[in-house]
Design a protein around this ligand. Structure first.
Ligand code: RIB
Length: 311
């Protein structure tokens, strides 16, 4: 059973209700948008599908409602090849994310956690076999913080823990100390550090490392990603693509990173691979539908290399 999975994702599963808008409404304002589309999503579900599509042996520990959205999410996980034995059913309606996407591909998201909020520390204890069987365990914060804390307590020695603190909160020391890496964007950096930060991402990385994680990866959009582990700091370039919908791209990045780290890659190399996966993920609509296979990532590499070749 040991190492039966490259990656166990512990996290949320949401039905994403998506409307395209010319611009997002301000307070008190109504705007008209596109037809509604419903996609499988949730930061946990997205990470699991992204990893499985790349070829990782992946399992998901999550909770959905006993309803049509829950069935949609389970079908999507199974179609991607994710082991869903750890997906619990019932207790509340399936989580829902209300998402608007503007013409630049940027999104705004409001999540109703529903069943995600009922994924309990006891559920984690009951899944001890799954936790023991995974080389890397990845979590996010659309499930209760005490559930994530129980994941950290329950991890077998020698296993790697990856956390994307989204949506962000101040993190307890025990969770921070387990992260290898803590993966976060600029907004999440501000919340996790608990105050104003300067302009230099290298300073952010130093301040974050002082809180206890073994390594950090700060995603910087078009500027790439800064990776730091206390010994080295490296800026990994972004991969330019035409963005259609950025929803889930961060989840695909984190999943790819976690998988490559579990396979023995160095942090910088894993982040370079993850940047290509994240780039591919913004080129299509919805979250999971746009996640690439390993062959598609390789094709993106080949295209980038050809474009760089002088003629
Ligand atoms: O990170 C993108 C995800 O955030 C969406 O799929 C939505 O469900 C929200 O959880």
């Amino acid at each position: 059973m040991r190492d039966a999975y490259d990656l166990l994702v512990v996290g949320s599963a949401n039905a994403d209700l998506v409307i395209g808008v010319e611009r997002r409404p301000g307070p008190g304002e109504t705007v008209l948008g596109s037809d509604l589309s419903v996609h499988p999503g949730g930061k946990g579900g997205n990470q699991a599908v992204a990893a499985a599509r790349l070829g990782a042996r992946t399992a998901l520990l999550a909770r959905v409602g006993d309803d049509a959205h829950g069935r949609l999410l389970l079908d999507a996980q199974r179609a991607a090849g994710v082991d869903t034995a750890g997906v619990l059913c019932g207790g509340a309606p399936t989580g829902v994310a209300l998402i608007t996407v503007d013409p630049s591909g940027d999104n705004s998201i409001v999540v109703s956690p529903g069943a995600n909020a009922r994924l309990s520390p006891e559920d984690v204890r009951d899944a001890a076999d799954l936790l023991r069987a995974a080389r890397v365990v990845s979590a996010q914060l659309e499930i209760p913080l005490e559930t994530v804390a129980e994941v950290v307590r329950s991890m077998a020695p020698g296993r790697r823990f990856v956390l994307n603190p989204s949506p962000p909160v101040r993190l307890p020391a025990a969770i921070l100390a387990a992260c290898d890496p803590l993966v976060l964007n600029e907004h999440e950096v501000r919340v996790v550090l608990g105050g104003p930060v300067g302009d230099d991402p290298r300073e952010w990385a130093r301040a974050l490392l002082a809180l206890g994680p073994r390594s950090v990866v700060i995603t910087l959009g078009a500027r790439g990603a800064l990776v730091a582990d206390g010994l080295t700091t490296e800026l990994v370039a972004s991969v330019p693509v035409r963005a259609v919908d950025t929803t889930g791209a961060g989840d695909a990045f984190t999943a790819a990173l976690a998988w490559r780290l579990g396979a023995g890659a160095e942090l910088g190399a894993a982040a370079r691979y993850a940047a290509r996966v994240g780039a591919a993920a913004v080129t299509g609509e919805g979250a999971q539908a746009s996640f690439p296979t390993a062959a598609e990532v390789a094709a993106l590499d080949a295209r980038a290399a050809a474009e760089e070749t002088p003629v």
